[in-house]
Design a protein around this ligand. Structure first.
Ligand code: GTP
Ligand code: MG
Length: 208
């Protein structure tokens, strides 16, 4: 994917703050600290466009980024952070549900799972929720650099089994540190746009 330009648009909490611009979008969701913001930076070849941190629960708003003036990438707030109060957990559910049900141009949702760990009950619920709202769901198994090559298949199989994924369901494993899996994820995103009838230019990145 050739990134001609990308910009941060807005950190939104309520629906009225969502960008009005009528372009398709792809959202990322997952546990707090799983690597959503890092993945956005990796996909866009930027170090600090999306804020990352070692403190879980950092991103609590919906952050919209505009790519090549053609589509949005959307960083959704993370779930599963034990220290947040019950009321903020409920608020989280409301924020996500409002988002998922109100974006006509939402093409697909990418759910991140840490490749090292078995998906949690909340991960399973989230995946089911994505399907329930009519998306295929793309699983991005992150932090691939943290496990040995010989262990990959075992971890991927556990994720597929725990989420009850079918053969056709897509899982891309990747690392935001060494960038493995990046082009495959862009291709997967390009396919999702195509399937929904959007003509987005996913050009092959130039080899440097
Ligand atoms: P919240 O905003 O709290 O929901 O977190 P997030 O999902 O946006 O995670 P973030 O991108 O901030 O990453 C959390 C931590 O994981 C940071 O310390 C990142 O450097 C690290 N991290 C993210 N992706 C990878 C990866 O692929 N490999 C490794 N080794 N570390 C990663
Ligand atoms: Mg984040």
């Amino acid at each position: 994917m050739k990134i001609r330009n990308c910009q941060f648009i807005i950190s939104a909490v309520s629906r009225k703050q969502y960008p009005m611009e009528d372009i398709p979008e792809i959202a990322l969701v997952g546990r707090s600290n799983v690597g959503k913001s890092s993945l956005i930076n990796m996909l866009l070849n930027r170090k600090k466009l999306a804020r990352t941190s070692s403190t879980p629960g950092k991103t609590q708003t919906i952050n919209f980024y505009k790519i090549n003036n053609e589509f949005h990438l959307v960083d959704l707030p993370g779930y599963g952070y034990a220290k947040v109060s019950k009321s903020s957990k409920e608020a989280w559910g409301g924020i996500i549900e409002t988002y998922l049900t109100n974006r006509e141009k939402l093409v697909e949702v990418i759910q991140l799972i840490d490749i090292r760990h078995k998906p949690t009950e909340q991960d399973i619920q989230m995946y089911n929720w994505i399907k329930h709202f009519g998306f295929k769901g793309i699983i991005a198994a992150t932090k691939l650099d943290k496990i040995k090559r010989s262990q990959r298949q075992k971890h991927i199989s556990l994720i597929r089994k725990t989420l009850d994924m079918n053969k056709e369901d897509i899982l891309v494993s990747l690392s935001s540190i060494n960038r493995e899996g990046k082009e495959l994820l862009w291709e997967t995103i390009g396919d999702a746009f195509l399937q929904k009838g959007y003509d987005i230019t996913i050009e092959e990145a130039a080899e440097i």
